[in-house]
Ligand binder design. Structure first.
Ligand SMILES: Nc1nc2c(c(=O)[nH]1)N[C@H]1C(S)=C(S)[C@@H](COP(=O)(O)OP(=O)(O)OC[C@H]3O[C@@H](n4cnc5c(=O)[nH]c(N)nc54)[C@H](O)[C@@H]3O)O[C@H]1N2
Ligand SMILES: Nc1nc2c(c(=O)[nH]1)N[C@H]1C(S)=C(S)[C@@H](COP(=O)(O)OP(=O)(O)OC[C@H]3O[C@@H](n4cnc5c(=O)[nH]c(N)nc54)[C@H](O)[C@@H]3O)O[C@H]1N2
Ligand code: SF4
Ligand SMILES: [Mo]
Length: 720
């Protein structure tokens, strides 16, 4: 028996786990780690099932190659040779990559994703980000200068939280890393604070709140514009950060008085005005908008307005407001003004954002002939057939590729189209550090989890991605993947020895000081040492120091970071970036519009995770089922039985109904990630469900970010 401490990689809450293993490496128990200073023992049903997931008999352990006679298990060398044969005949511009959500939860994704993209030599870079949070990156890039300068609500100190389009009691939080989010919300109320939740459904989070406000899907930008308008009109503005553009915001929002916004979003004008007054008068307050407000027609405008309100109420960058974390691996600030649209997609001419093209146009790029047509695709930790808008079309497009390789532990709806599947090792065989998520944490904190089990001769995911990068850049199958790390480490120590506290030091000597048993660990060590708390930067943080704290290290509450963090050209918070003001034209045009009879939205379930936890027996069933939530009044009005046929511009589905008065009339909700048609995963096949992304429309995107629109999809509902 052995007990190991690890961070749970299954959602953004980064809970510490205490895992007991027997002599054969089998997980006998998973508990919350009470000694973790951040999560303090919190655990959810998913974390508790980590052992089951890691030992799922349907997980792949050997690479697979697709042949005319079916799947064949091959050695790693054979698999990489097949990748080289497939990839080398496709020139860079005809290659594409799709990086899925778990890349934000693995060290490999954080450290090798970018080198792999560069090695491929293509601008056809797609990821789950354009089905998720790209609008927030774009608004923050434009306002604060960097797409990762994302303020998070200071959950533990705020007096007032206005939360839109998030349901942390199911999701455990997103772009706001906060283990035990439910407990933190209860504590907010316990200390006399106020929680207001805006959602077309009365969710578990809404039930816990002081107030729940129903809103018509896709219209949060109107509610937020009405609030900002009121703050200005009633002279409730107190800007406390260095900011430019207040007069332009004032002018631009003049057309959004509460009465007009009320009509567009379905929230009473009195409520809009009251929310504005409450936000202005609360000792501290934060506005927080998440997936419901991002994956929407006015996604980037809504994200912008969230932070405009945080600025106008004096709450940006102050304790209890919306604050910028200082993660331990943060690099030096880069002063390059942020912009999007540096290039455009070939077929639909959609603008790049953060170096990515919208996943909503991936099928176009595969299907449309011509120079630059995508002929080869690499997917890493993604299941776009179930997660992309109109994934059903993608399912039809993928067989048209000349070559596809997937790095994924499962043979699933997407990877079944690959020519080669490369399975990463088990979670417990992998080291873990949350490079991405700790940048959104409500307390500064760091924790490293070394591998708990040996690799047994298979490559780590880091090595898989490094080898793919070497192959893609033409260095051949036999190139040593460790060379990639050494190249990057060399660049890091050279840059460090150039300026700052290490100026004049010998780069080779610095390299020799780095710890770590592999390239990924050494790179983590370098980032920690060079980071804001680092040993090479006047602090004491290093990989060795983190290893001395297996339960994690608290680095203190969030602290004000402006103006230092800003990397806009002006050095100020840009309240009125031109692209956003230009996009207000669309919002204005929508003011008098009549709403469709029915719109579709999504939802998440506590015991699920997008498309890939449906093969774990204890997690499926009960509340975790693929049903269409619909208001009972709509069921009666339409004369529906226990099923309905749902039609959209993209497709149609016959789905089982779950009548509930917790959803607004005129709104229906279907969770995504289901539709395990013909799955080789036994439990998932028995609980197949339907893919919501048969109904979502890939032709509609939020224009500034290219983000998919999953919420507010017009649908028609009829008796099947
Ligand atoms: N209709 C609708 N669609 C949506 C959403 C919605 O709300 N509504 N939400 C969107 C959002 S927010 C997101 S993030 C996307 C997610 O979109 P994707 O990332 O494309 O989908 P996931 O279902 O998260 O698939 C993750 C894949 O990674 C694999 N995997 C798991 N762990 C690992 C690992 O350690 N390494 C590797 N290499 N692979 C691993 C799994 O087997 C699975 O195939 O879906 C989006 N799609
Ligand atoms: N258990 C579990 N946890 C997860 C995931 C999971 O699948 N399962 N997925 C992970 C991922 S990839 C992400 S991105 C995060 C997302 O984390 P959250 O943003 O908290 O996501 P949801 O739980 O889907 O909550 C979104 C809410 O928005 C509401 N909504 C829909 N449309 C609108 C709208 O137009 N306006 C407003 N105001 N609300 C709207 C929905 O009813 C829903 O309650 O969760 C992560 N955590
Ligand atoms: S809340 Fe998230 S991080 Fe915590 S145990 Fe559950 S899945 Fe893991
Ligand atoms: Mo996501």
């Amino acid at each position: 028996m052995e007990t190991v401490h690890r961070t749970c990689p299954l959602c953004e809450a980064v809970c510490g786990l205490k895992i007991t293993l027997d002599d054969s490496g089998h997980v006998t128990e998973v508990r919350g780690d009470r000694d973790d200073p951040f999560s303090k023992g919190f655990i959810c049903p998913k974390g508790a099932s980590l052992g089951r997931l890691d030992e799922d008999p349907d997980r792949l352990h050997t690479p697979l190659v697709r042949t005319d006679g079916g799947w064949r298990e091959v050695s790693w060398d054979e698999a990489f040779a097949a990748v080289e044969r497939g990839l080398s005949r496709i020139p860079g511009p005809s290659r594409a990559i799709y990086l899925g959500n778990p890349n934000a939860h693995t060290m490999a994704g954080a450290l090798y994703g970018t080198p792999l993209v560069r090695a491929l030599g293509t601008r056809n870079v797609f990821s789950a980000s354009t089905a998720d949070q790209m609008p927030k990156h774009v608004s923050c890039g434009l306002m604060f200068g960097h797409p990762l300068s994302i303020p998070v609500p200071d959950l533990d100190r705020t007096d007032y939280l206005l939360m839109l389009g998030a349901n942390p009691l199911e999701s455990n939080g997103s772009l706001c890393t906060a283990p035990d989010f439910p407990g933190r919300l209860k504590a907010l109320r316990g200390r006399g604070g106020r929680l207001v939740v805006v959602d077309p459904r009365r969710t578990r989070t809404a039930s816990l709140a002081d107030e729940h406000v129903f809103i018509r899907p896709g219209t949060d930008a109107y509610l937020l514009a009405g609030i900002a308008h009121t703050l200005i009109a009633e002279d409730l503005v107190t800007v406390t950060v260095p900011a430019a553009g207040l007069a332009e915001v004032d002018r631009a929002l003049a057309d959004f008085p509460p009465a007009a916004c009320a009509q567009a979003c379905g929230v009473d004008a009195e409520v809009i005005v009251r929310l504005a007054r409450e936000l202005a008068s609360a000792p501290t307050a934060a506005v927080y908008g998440r997936i419901g407000t991002c994956t929407a027609e006015f996604g980037t405008l809504a994200q912008w307005l969230v932070d405009v309100i945080n600025v106008l109420t004096g709450n940006l960058d102050r304790p209890g407001g919306a604050m910028f974390p200082r993660p331990a691996t943060e690099g030096p600030a880069r002063r390059r003004p942020y912009r999007t649209g540096r290039w455009h997609s070939r077929v639909r001419g959609l603008p790049e954002a953060n170096g990515e093209l919208p996943v909503a146009t991936l099928a176009d790029e595969i299907e449309t002939p011509g120079e630059g047509q995508v002929r080869a695709l690499i997917t890493v930790a993604g299941n776009p057939v179930l997660s992309a808008p109109n994934g059903t079309r993608l399912d039809r497009a993928l067989p048209g590729l000349e070559f596809m390789v997937s790095v994924d532990p499962y043979l699933n709806e997407t990877t079944r189209h690959a020519d080669v599947i490369l399975p990463p090792p088990r979670v417990l065989q992998s080291g873990h550090y949350d490079f991405a998520l700790l940048g959104f944490a409500v307390r500064n904190y760091a924790r490293y989890s070394p591998p708990a089990l040996p690799l047994d001769g298979r490559p780590s995911e880091a090595e898989i991605l490094a080898r793919l990068a070497m192959i893609a850049s033409g260095q051949g199958v036999d190139a040593d993947p460790a060379l990639l790390d050494e190249l990057i480490l060399d660049q890091m120590v050279r840059a460090a020895a150039d300026t700052g506290p290490l100026a004049g030091r010998d780069p080779a000597e610095l390299r020799a000081e780095l710890g770590g048993t592999n390239g990924a660990e050494s790179r983590l060590d370098a980032m920690l040492r060079l980071g804001p708390y680092g040993e090479w930067n006047g602090g004491d943080l290093s990989l060795a120091e983190l290893r001395r704290h297996p339960n994690g290290l608290d680095l203190g509450p969030l602290e004000p970071r402006l103006p230092g963090l800003l990397s806009t050209a002006s050095g100020l918070v840009e309240l009125a970036p031109a692209p956003l003001l230009d996009d207000l034209v669309r919002l204005r045009a929508g003011l008098g519009r009549t709403a469709p009879e029915f719109v579709l939205i999504g939802r998440r379930h506590l015991r699920s995770n997008n498309s890939w936890l449906h093969n774990i027996g204890p997690l499926v069933g009960g509340s975790n089922r693929c049903t269409l939530q619909i208001n009972p009044a709509d069921v009666t009005r339409l004369g529906l039985g226990d099923k309905a046929l749902v039609r959209s511009a993209a497709g149609e589905l016959a789905v089982p109904l779950e009548p509930t008065d917790s959803i607004m009339p005129g709104v229906v909700s279907l969770p995504h990630g289901w539709g395990h048609d013909g799955s080789t995963q036994a439990v998932a096949a028995e609980n197949a469900g339907f893919s919501a992304n048969t109904l979502t429309d890939e032709t509609v995107v939020d224009p500034l970010s290219g983000n998919a629109v999953f919420n507010g999809v017009p649908v028609v509902i009829v008796v099947p």
